[in-house]
Design a protein around this ligand. Sequence first.
Ligand code: CP
Ligand code: NVA
Length: 317
Amino acid sequence: MSCYHRGNIVLKKDLLSLLDLQKDDYEQLFKRAIQLKERYAKGIMDRILMGKTLGLIFDKKSTRTRVAFETAMIQLGGHPIYMSTQDTQISRNEPAKDTARVLSRYIDCLAMRTFDHALVKEFAQSASIPVINALTDAFHPCQILSDIMTIVEKKGGYKNVKIAWVGDGNNVANSWINAAAVLGLQLSVACPDGYEIKQDILDNAFETTGKKDVILTNDPKDAVKDADVVYTDVWASMGDEDELSHRIKAFQGFQINKDLLSHAKTDVMVMHCLPAHRDEEISEQVLEDKNSVFWDQAENKRHMHKAILEALILKEK
Ligand code: CP
Ligand code: NVA
């Protein structure tokens, strides 16, 4: 987790990008999320966040992330407060630094979903409580944490698992790059010409960790060759919708369908953060496969969010 210090004292931790975590932090989060999931399944109620409050400020739509954070907080004995930006004074131009300082006097943690990543950073710098990035145009760290948790559950770990990203070089892809850099994942990324991962994202990830194992290509067949996991996401993210018709042309050949998957391992696991656009980035047939893990992925967000909330709210040392 990234930490804010005054002298030698750690004031608080935030989760803004997956470069904020050390390898040990990832391992602890996977272990704890799986443990909390098992305990919940047995009916054990871990009320470890009793009396704590999570604020959620969302500028963009959400089904999974919002509900997973809210239910995670409730099941841990705490309370979520959802605030759409339109209903707060932010929409009347109250500065982020003022809102962040005020909310820090009421709540114990803030999850934010917005467009500009710089805004989440600004909140984190001014808040005295932990701030979680619940998706920005740049990153979606909580998503990839729960997705790797799903890989750990289904494949017994993430080492020696060949992961292929096929699609847009977007916020979710950027978070895969960050995770790959810290964990040393075997990651191949195929994006159409003009939609690749930005150079600054790659430089930042690999400068931080010193590793450079990721394969980058414009050919989806190259990326999925012998893959254990194939991952995709929408071709036009929130904010890019007006480019969709142009993107549909540019992304031809990048749909995850049975033909493309024939190049992967026979037991390939297909993943998608959802929401999915049927017969655009993924075929209806693949999406509706009875052995698919998409719904487990979605469920695991709740368990992973619990582990993140616990780590940030209770372990501020
Ligand atoms: N995967 C994901 O973040 O979904 P939502 O946009 O519904 O939160
Ligand atoms: N890349 C997508 C992810 C949605 C969960 C978007 O930003 O819209």
